[in-house]
Design a protein around this ligand. Structure first.
Ligand SMILES: *Cc1c(COP(=O)(O)O)cnc(C)c1O
Length: 378
């Protein structure tokens, strides 16, 4: 096995075996009758969509779903035939790409269906679409009105277009509101089916709904967070495990005498003679800048608080308490928590945001390193 040279100490380590285990857990709870659309938008929630895709494919997910055309094209360039789905809107001027590249598109108008149909006809193809119904979220799709039902029936009849699916999205306000959205969606589908308009896939459940509300799984689920080991559910349970570890290594150590300041505005002042480590990661690596007073890393098993302002590319930690601290020593930024490291869940709480935000904001800048016990990776 050839080790790839580490061009940077700050890295995101992605455990492909954990992705596989997480997807197997999802497959197990939903059963064989229900298809899984694996959501890999935002570069696979920061894990690297192209690199994790083969693992998801091996697990038999029905679709890889992204938010945008650009994300779909990036995957299509590497995987010429695997089913890809765009959850978002694609403007008319770009629809020819989804036809040419065999990408399944979300639509909610007859005009887009007709445009797709005419583009597909020229290429002697069939454009595949799922219809988005707005059951309350008011983000994408049309409300399940009689006029939209008429429109959907016409979409189903457009030549060279296959209306393969219909879907909606829960706002997850509370159980009563979920049920209202779900009923609206089901009633709408029933009215369409009574008019001879049938869909292979019907879906409304994201990660949380997949675990918490089994009856909303219909015959397809759209988990994102679960795949990456984020436990956002609160009624059901699934022992998914955090997939990524964010690590770096100390680049320099400073002996800072009591009373001296550190960083911009000398915002932190040494309360005693201290040892301060410089760490080569910052907010341009996706670390929340507002974790200034609460962030910490684990070095040699000890919690080292981040001190002063978090810079774009670097930050400083108080390592006075770290035994035998040396330059080059590993610092865990986000870990599984077992070593006392900050989990994604903890980072989200401290930064005042959610788990998906913490991982989806991880930029391309820190190199990804993929590990697996099963396969030899380049
Ligand atoms: C992002 C997204 C999902 C996945 O959401 P998670 O909460 O990460 O499971 C599902 N459906 C739609 C429409 C989405 O945009």
């Amino acid at each position: 096995m050839v080790e790839r040279e580490d061009l940077r100490d700050t890295q995101i380590i992605v455990d492909l075996d954990k992705i596989e285990e997480n997807v197997r857990l999802i497959n197990n709870i939903v059963g064989e009758e229900i298809s899984v659309m694996a959501v890999v938008k935002a570069n696979g929630y920061g894990h690297g969509a192209v690199s994790i895709a083969p693992t998801l494919m091996q697990c038999g997910v029905k679709y890889l779903a992204v938010a945008t055309l650009t994300e779909a094209l990036e995957l299509r360039a590497v995987f010429p035939s695997y089913p890809l789905f765009i959850l978002g809107h694609t403007p008319d001027r770009l629809l020819h790409y989804v036809v040419e590249k065999n990408i399944t598109q979300t639509i909610f108008s007859l005009e887009q269906a007709q445009l797709l149909g005419s583009l597909a006809k020229v290429l002697n193809k069939t454009a595949r679409v799922h219809i988005k119904v707005d059951t309350g979220f008011h983000r994408l799709g049309k409300s399940p009105s009689a006029s939209f039902a008429d429109e959907v029936c016409k979409i189903c009849a457009v030549a060279n277009v296959e209306a393969e699916g219909i879907f909606s999205h829960l706002a997850l306000v509370n159980e009563e509101e979920n049920e209202k959205q779900y009923r609206l969606f089901c009633d709408f589908i029933e009215s369409l089916e009574s008019r001879g308009c049938h869909f292979k896939y019907k879906h409304i459940a994201d990660s949380i709904a997949t675990v918490d509300y089994p009856r909303y799984r219909m015959n397809m689920v759209r988990p994102g967070a679960l795949i990456y080991g984020m436990r956002g559910f609160h009624i059901g349970f699934l022992p998914v495990q955090q997939v990524l570890t964010f690590r770096t290594a100390i680049s320099e150590l400073h002996a800072v005498p009591k009373g001296q300041g550190v960083g911009y505005d000398y915002l932190w002042k040494a309360p005693r003679d201290s040892i301060v480590a410089t760490l080569p990661f910052g907010y341009a690596d996706g670390y929340p800048r507002n974790l200034r007073d609460e962030g910490y890393v684990i070095i040699n098993g000890v919690k080292a608080p981040l001190i002063g302002v978090i810079c774009m590319d670097q930050c400083m930690a108080d390592v006075t308490e770290v035994p035998n601290v040396t330059v080059g020593m590993e610092a865990i930024i986000y870990g599984d928590g077992e070593d006392g490291s900050m989990t994604i869940d903890k980072a989200a709480k401290l930064a005042g945001t959610n788990k998906n935000d913490i991982i989806a904001r991880l930029p391309a800048r820190p190199p990804r390193k993929y590990i697996s016990k099963k396969v030899t990776l380049e």
